[in-house]
Design a protein around this ligand. Structure first.
Ligand code: HEC
Ligand code: HEC
Length: 505
């Protein structure tokens, strides 16, 4: 390329030649500075990193902001732009948890990418929650327990509805951001945010259409999500053409403690886990879950996931914090050994047992089959193409025909029970279905140590409203796991003893 001053004739006075040279060079200098600024600002890709593993789990990035991240300031402004699409005040009203002094809830990570701070979900949004001893008491945050208060469908609806509203526009959002953060630069106000708002609206409206099937289902309520129908959307399955019986997969967030002892079962093979036992490898369950945090094969941060993965191998559930009647628990131990241990392991830490990590056929356990039917052979085949070309290509998804016999570590914090969360307490699970509550409230974190589960008979607590779960709706059935083999025919005193023993898990 020719340098600009090659053209300059060495004529005229010296000051004139210098001025002319400066004028000819100026655009190059400006362009270079703009490129340096642009590369520095828009090329940067820097997550907020945490040294402590608990902080990393709560707020660290798994890479999802790159593809799915919301601009931080739009995230902060939207509850003020569309308050009518939230059940109450801010994201906390969706059951997201704010620790004191934090600007983002547990389960939301931040990264500087494409010139702005962007935020998205991480594992903790579905796998961490709180428990309280009484309505007025301080909540205790427990990592690895099911996020039983988080209503992810209401979260999705909030964004979809806000994006569809006339207020999802620069002229509403930018002034709101300025009111919150005290001012944007000229470039942000006139270029960066208008573009970001437009892109985010387009993307949300596209997702709203693709996830339309979700809104034909009964409300999920807090603590539940339809994992595998969402995965079908990822593969562009024609959702409206699928048989209705596979379109209802809402099930509870599980606990994710002690993944290490979940690797192997008595026969030396891997435990079949996920609610229906569709995958034998915790490494794949983690990477599959990472799709839920917005990552894709090229954007996933394997190092960041590996940190979580390693920590989950030995992460312990918290011990039961209330009194235990040792004598009653001892009686319960004998009953547990006789009826339950073969399927659920010796106790809350020793997961040995001939049927642990195997799948019990649906005809035998006879719980609601919607979640099982939502996972299909076609989906398993498609999942086997994920990460094709990478060493960690998925190889372990398969269709099963029942639900998994899983370890019961930390079971006191895993209420409501069964894969679809249809039974509020452990004591209720030991009753035959006809005597289990037909409806109850989900989303309270106040604990009921007597029946062992969260308080489920209150509609509200101050300004927090709970979700009425109706077991007569499709996918919500509370039947099954009953009969002599499952302890539901024992005398009441024996059931109390069993529950007392399960408190030690
Ligand atoms: C959107 C909510 C959500 C997010 C985010 C999420 N998970 Fe999960 N996770 C689930 C649900 C729901 C299941 C149960 C799926 C099923 O079997 O139907 C699950 C299952 C699991 C399991 C298997 C548990 C078992 O014993 O069967 C592991 C391990 C796991 N998740 C780890 C992770 C990790 C690691 C991350 C972050 C990379 C993560 N999850 C992010 C909702 C989530
Ligand atoms: C034949 C194997 C088998 C036996 C025996 C068995 N269970 Fe289960 N259990 C299962 C299966 C399978 C599930 C999952 C069913 C579902 O979610 O639909 C389950 C679910 C559970 C759950 C709910 C777990 C959660 O995270 O929601 C608890 C609690 C439980 N069983 C306790 C017991 C107790 C106590 C006994 C003995 C009285 C027992 N089970 C006997 C197979 C068994």
């Amino acid at each position: 390329m020719q340098a600009p001053d090659d053209d300059i004739q060495a004529s005229g006075p010296r000051w004139f030649r210098q001025l002319r040279r400066a004028v000819l060079w100026a655009p190059w200098v400006v362009a270079t500075l703009a490129v340096v600024y642009g590369v520095g600002r828009f090329g940067a890709d820097e997550p907020v990193a945490y040294r402590g593993i608990a902080e990393h789990f709560k707020y660290g990035s798994t890479g999802g902001e790159r593809e799915s991240g919301f601009p931080y300031w739009i995230w902060q402004a939207l509850p003020k732009i569309c308050p009518e699409h939230l059940p109450g005040d801010g994201y906390a009203s969706l059951g997201m948890i704010y620790e004191p002094g934090k600007d983002l809830p547990v389960g939301v990570s931040k990264r500087f990418h494409l010139g702005i701070d962007r935020v998205f979900l991480n594992c903790a949004v579905c796998h961490a929650s709180t428990v309280r001893d009484a309505p007025g008491a301080a909540p205790r945050l427990v990592l690895g327990m099911p996020a039983h208060r988080f209503d992810i469908r209401a979260f999705e609806s909030f964004f979809f509805n806000c994006a569809s509203s006339a207020k999802f526009r620069t002229e509403f959002i930018v002034p709101q951001i300025e009111a919150l953060n005290g001012g944007l630069s000229w470039l942000d106000r006139n270029l960066v945010y208008p573009v970001a708002i437009g892109l985010m609206r387009e993307r949300l409206l596209m997702l709203k259409e693709r996830f339309a099937f979700v809104f034909d289902q009964p409300q999920w309520g807090p603590g539940r999500v339809d994992t595998f129908n969402s995965a079908k959307v990822l593969f562009n399955f024609p959702m409206h053409q699928l048989p209705p019986k596979e379109l209802l997969g809402a099930s509870d967030f599980p606990s994710i403690w002690l993944q290490g002892p979940r690797m192997l079962r008595d026969d030396g093979k891997r435990m079949e886990l996920h609610w229906d036992g569709n995958n034998t490898h915790t490494e794949e369950r983690n990477k599959s879950a990472a799709f839920g945090t917005g990552t894709t094969p090229p954007t996933i941060e394997l190092g960041a996931i590996a940190r979580v993965e390693d920590w989950l191998l030995n992460l312990q559930p918290p011990a039961w914090p209330y009194a235990i009647d040792a004598e009653l628990a001892q009686r319960g131990f004998a009953l547990y050994e006789r009826y339950c241990a073969q399927c659920h392991g010796r106790d809350g830490r020793d997961f040995s047992g001939p049927r642990v990590g195997h799948v019990t056929p649906i005809g035998e356990v006879a719980t609601d089959r919607a979640r099982l039917d939502s996972y299909t052979y076609e989906l398993a085949v498609n999942q086997a193409t994920l990460y094709a070309g990478y060493p960690h290509r998925f190889r372990h998804f398969r269709k099963t025909f029942g639900y998994a016999n899983m370890p019961l570590d930390g079971i006191w914090l895993r209420a409501p029970y069964l894969h679809n969360g249809s039974v509020p307490t452990l004591r209720d699970l030991l009753e035959p279905a006809a005597r289990r509550p037909r409806s109850f409230y989900r989303g309270n974190d106040v604990y009921d140590p007597r029946r062992v589960g969260f308080v489920a008979d209150r509609a509200a607590d101050g300004d927090r409203r709970f979700f009425l779960f109706d077991t007569s709706l499709p996918g919500n059935g509370n039947e099954g796991h009953e009969g002599a083999a499952y302890g539901t025919e024992l005398p009441g005193a024996d059931k109390d003893a069993l529950v007392e023993y399960l408190k030690t898990f």
